[in-house]
Design a protein around this ligand. Structure first.
Ligand code: PLP
Length: 449
């Protein structure tokens, strides 16, 4: 237990010394925020004694909620036995080895190798390094361009932020010159009069057009999330992924699936790639791999790349001090064991996701809801003033920020992106907790209307 300290002092110290990520720093230094002090099952508690249903699984990571003693035990045991050693210089450690093997087992047979990082951002940086190295080794050093999607989120390092397409980040972080963007399969925003299926094909073909524009011999890879999460749970039309897969296959473009949010059950299967039947060459994971208990990310590397890297000789000059950290890997192993032993992915897909999605779908009739979209255990509710014209409820995002703040202040942690409210409750929620989430969200919508 943390030693008791009075909340006002803690908040004052926080405002004085702590620069928070993705936060209006001057606003925070002035007004402060809340100190989250403990968590249990799917509820978090702040130092003022408020209890909140965590409708976001932390930050899309605590898929198994906050009461998993087996993960705590595994990490504690590992810290007692070998708290750290690096994986450079021909050294390895037991949890890293076992987690690599366990990840190979739960991913598709295309993947037999893993490169560990601490985060999703570093994993996406690693993807770029791997892709560039691969084509260099194949004698195609000119193949360096990477295509991503506007409004994507792939992390916050310079390279990952370049891959991402969020406006505010691009304004503050200089994009890498070899990263390019095409549109998202965002029917609500871009679909116009198209049917979803026609739109899915049309927006996928932007990839082909971009490859033609840049030159097939120069384009190395396309990166995307199976369902884009942080940008607003953008569920693609069924026609989208088959067309993207066809283009990548025909044009010799590597496909990187960023499964940092979709992975480990969020879409109803282990990975979003499985849900959509897509065949990535590289797959990014992080977050729920340790249930958020320890920092860990990585890249699953398909045989296509691994065979070339392993045959090459010579050093892959990339790595992190904590790549394959023993305690993080122990947390990952314990997490995977719980997922397998409890069948939580299937249970959530059959007993919770239909309940979540059908109750959310009913909110489409709410006067300020323009669209409800979702898949499995995540969803977005897009706010509008006028359902037909899609006129905004307030200057962009204001209404959604209000709605989020109202929900957060009344016992429900959800997030907002643009004009959308987004949620991703833990897969271990009880059915009646899904009902509670919807009831609280409905009250927040009513308060915003
Ligand atoms: N990729 C996706 C799809 C993400 O949603 C995120 C984080 O939200 C990242 C990468 C970056 O992961 P991290 O914050 O662990 O660096």
């Amino acid at each position: 237990m943390n030693k008791p300290v009075d909340t006002a002092t803690l908040k004052a110290l926080d405002r004085a010394h702590h620069l928070h990520p993705f936060t209006d720093l001057s606003g925070y230094a002035r007004d402060g925020g809340r100190i989250i002090s403990r968590a249990e099952h799917i509820y978090i508690y702040d130092s003022d004694g408020n209890r909140m249903l965590d409708g976001m699984s932390g930050l899309w990571c605590c898929n198994l909620g906050y009461s998993q003693p087996a993960i705590v035990e595994a990490v504690t045991r590992q810290l007692g036995e070998l708290p750290y050693y690096n994986n450079f210089f021909r050294c390895s450690n037991q949890p890293a080895v076992e987690l690599a093997a366990a990840l190979v087992k739960v991913t598709s047979e295309r993947f037999n190798h893993v490169f560990f990082t601490n985060s999703g951002s570093e994993a996406n940086d690693t993807n770029i390094r791997l892709v560039h190295r691969y084509f260099d080794l194949l004698g195609k050093p000119q193949k360096k361009q990477i295509i991503s999607r506007r409004n994507a989120y792939h992390g916050s390092t310079i390279a990952a932020a370049s891959l991402g397409g969020m406006k505010a980040m691009h304004e503050q972080a200089i994009g890498l010159s070899y990263v390019h963007h095409i549109n998202q399969p965002h029917c609500f925003e871009l679909g116009g009069e198209h049917s979803p299926e026609d739109f899915g094909v049309a927006v996928a073909r932007e990839l082909e057009e971009k490859i033609d524009e840049l030159g097939e011999d120069k384009v190395a890879a396309f990166i995307a999330e199976p369902v884009q999460g942080a940008g607003g749970v953008i569920v693609p039309p069924e026609s989208y992924w088959p067309e993207i897969q066809r283009i990548c296959d025909e044009r010799d473009i590597l496909f990187i699936a960023d499964e940092v949010i979709c992975g480990f059950g969020r879409t109803g299967r282990w990975f979003g790639s499985e849900t959509y039947g897509i065949r990535p060459d590289l797959m990014t994971f992080a977050k729920a791999v340790t249930n958020g208990y320890m920092p860990l990310g990585g890249v699953m590397v398909s045989d296509k790349l691994a065979d070339v890297l392993l045959a090459s000789g010579g050093e892959f000059a990339h790595g992190l001090t904590y790549s394959g950290h023993p305690a993080s890997c122990a947390a990952g192993l314990a997490t995977l064991a719980i997922i397998e032993e409890t069948g939580v992915i299937e249970r959530a897909a059959t007993a919770l996701a239909p309940r979540l999605q059908s109750q959310l779908a009913a909110l489409a009739d709410h006067p300020i809801v323009g669209q409800v979209r979702g898949l499995g255990m995540f969803a977005a509710v897009e706010l509008v003033r006028d359902k037909a014209t899609r006129e905004r409820l307030a200057p962009e995002s204001e209404a959604a920020v209000y709605c989020r703040d109202w929900a957060n202040a009344h016992g429900l942690m959800v997030r907002q992106t643009g004009d959308a409210m987004i949620m991703a409750p833990p897969l271990v929620s009880h059915p009646e907790e899904i009902d509670e989430l919807i009831a609280l969200l409905t009250r927040a919508l009513d308060a915003t209307a």
